[in-house]
Design a protein around this ligand. Structure first.
Ligand code: CO
Length: 180
């Protein structure tokens, strides 16, 4: 049963990749909006960095009905307190186009994690035995909803992967959480 579920989710991911022709345009548009106040603008990827020296670092990231995050990179200082809000800007249901934000520890294979998570529907697509593999995650949400998670950024500088763990979404919904 588990194997069947995994195969279906992979097929779903492949088919969505295959027909995702007009996503680039939308991403560019969203990027401009989201980083309009920063001096540096990038067309193909947006980046959020916070230079708050004290207090809580607030980050926002959006997920869409096109199965995309609007940011490919998030940047924080080591050990900072982070309040991250995920917004689902689409209209599709949690069952059809659910999104969450899952920050994975270094050394975790995100594709393997995604496959394992696909079998954890009863636990919001977070494996119950995830343990240290997951640093932090939001709730799984549908269109129009948002979810906030607060956590302490790792002390170890470097790059960490973040993904959406809805079945099949890790293929497109992933990015780097950079700790510096
Ligand atoms: Co998703």
């Amino acid at each position: 049963m588990k194997i069947v579920k995994l195969s279906l989710s992979m097929l779903l991911a492949l088919s969505l990749v295959a027909c995702g022709g007009d996503e680039k345009k939308e991403e560019k548009k969203e990027s401009k909006v989201s980083i309009g106040s920063q001096t540096e603008q990038r067309e193909t990827q947006s980046e959020e960095s916070s230079d708050a020296e004290e207090g809580v670092v607030k980050l926002t990231i959006e997920g869409s009905d096109q199965m995309k995050f609007n940011k490919k990179k998030l940047k924080v200082k080591a050990g900072s307190e982070v309040e991250l809000t995920l917004k689902h800007t689409g209209q599709m249901s949690k069952q059809a186009m659910g999104h969450n934000f899952v920050l994975l520890n270094q050394g975790v294979d995100m594709m393997a994690f995604g496959e394992k998570a696909a079998g954890a529907a009863d636990n919001g697509y977070i494996p119950e035995d995830a343990g240290d593999d997951v640093i932090a995650h939001t709730e799984m949400i549908g269109g129009g909803e948002s979810s906030t998670v607060t956590f302490t950024a790792p002390e170890d500088k470097g790059e960490y992967d973040f993904i959406c763990s809805f079945p099949g979404h890790v293929a497109l919904m992933k990015g780097k959480f950079i700790v510096e």
